[in-house]
Design a protein around this ligand. Structure first.
Ligand code: NAD
Length: 298
């Protein structure tokens, strides 16, 4: 193996420590802790685990966590009413609605109901537009984490070729915007892309968010490239095992023979997502406090 492993756990731990320090300083100035409201509708087991982990890490970072667990049958109207209350609540700096939502609720309507300044998942169209225009806003957590991991090994992306596999609103598209904003030259690929391996071979940086285990192979990679694997896929269980292994979208063993740097799954992008959520909550709180201070001074 020639690639150096990018340790997402370590980068995430240092980001969380930085956020905790910032949260403590802000709490002294505001007279209260920054607050994150997490809304979970229904009892999807994976969502329960994610929410529990978000709540725990929010508290560990010295921030207030407000949990709203609603039954599966909650109506869209009731959920929108809760969002309106959280938008108006002065103690709430960030609002996160755990996805996926039950089928009878339109996720787009719910996301658009969140005040953009409290949209710590960075999914509101206003925040997506701000990212596209290179304006300050709140950016989606997973691609933000990818960028931090890339910059931990390549601080200056100017002029580099970057390729993103996947164009979801959650990961692929914002990752491409962030790479472009960092002056890389980008190629965005998806299921209809023709000749993905040849395109991939041109890239100095490859970000893969396809949800397709082992999609990116060793002979797709330019020697020395930085490879960021966002995928989280559970394989079918081996005979006798209760659960299958979690793997990424990159054929790790092959790709690490060629790449310069690579993220593992698990332990790469995954830990960065929650750390970036905490960072966004702190940013949202700082901006709200600065706006309130300006309004008082005016
Ligand atoms: P998605 O299904 O919304 O989008 C997948 C994208 O990949 C689509 O644009 C599709 O066109 C493209 N794609 C799929 N198969 C492809 C192929 N064979 N060739 C080229 N393009 C292909 O998924 P998503 O929400 O963006 O998530 C992608 C993966 O990242 C999933 O495995 C998901 O679990 C994981 N994920 C991880 C984190 C994290 O914190 N690490 C966060 C979000 C998503």
């Amino acid at each position: 193996m020639s690639a150096t492993i990018i340790d997402g756990k370590a980068v995430a731990a240092s980001l969380r420590a930085e956020v905790a320090q910032g949260a403590a300083e802000l709490a002294r100035r505001m007279g209260r802790r920054p607050g994150l409201a997490v809304v979970l509708v229904g009892s999807d087991p994976a969502s329960q685990v994610y929410v529990a982990s978000k709540v725990k890490m929010t508290r560990e970072a010295g921030m207030e966590s407000f949990e709203h667990r609603l039954p599966e049958e909650t109506s869209e109207q009731d959920l929108l009413a809760l969002i309106a209350r959280l938008n108006a609540d002065p103690l709430v700096d960030g609002i996160l609605v755990q996805l996926p939502l039950p089928k009878h609720v339109n996720p787009g309507r719910v996301i658009e109901a969140i005040a953009p300044g409290k949209d710590v998942d960075g999914l509101h169209p206003e925040n997506a537009g701000r990212l596209a225009n290179g304006l300050p806003g709140l950016a989606p957590c997973t691609p933000m984490g990818c960028m931090m991991l890339i910059r931990s090994v390549v601080p200056d992306l100017r002029g580099l070729n970057a390729l993103v596999v996947g164009r979801s609103v959650l990961v692929g598209k914002p990752a491409a915007q962030m790479l472009l904003n960092a002056d890389a030259t980008i190629i965005v690929t998806h299921l209809d892309t023709v000749g993905l391996p040849a395109l991939c071979r041109q890239a100095d940086i490859v970000v893969v968010a396809a949800g397709c285990p082992g999609l990116v192979r060793g002979d797709w990679i330019k020697p020395g490239a930085v490879v960021i694997d966002v995928g989280i896929n559970r394989l079918p269980p081996e005979p006798g095992a209760p659960k299958g292994r979690i793997v990424g979208d990159v054929a790790f063993d092959e790709v690490s023979e060629v790449a310069g740097h690579i993220t593992p799954v698990p332990g790469g992008v995954g830990p960065m997502t929650i750390a970036c959520l905490l960072k966004n909550t702190l940013t949202a709180a700082e901006r709200r406090f600065a706006e309130a201070s300006q309004a008082r001074a005016a």
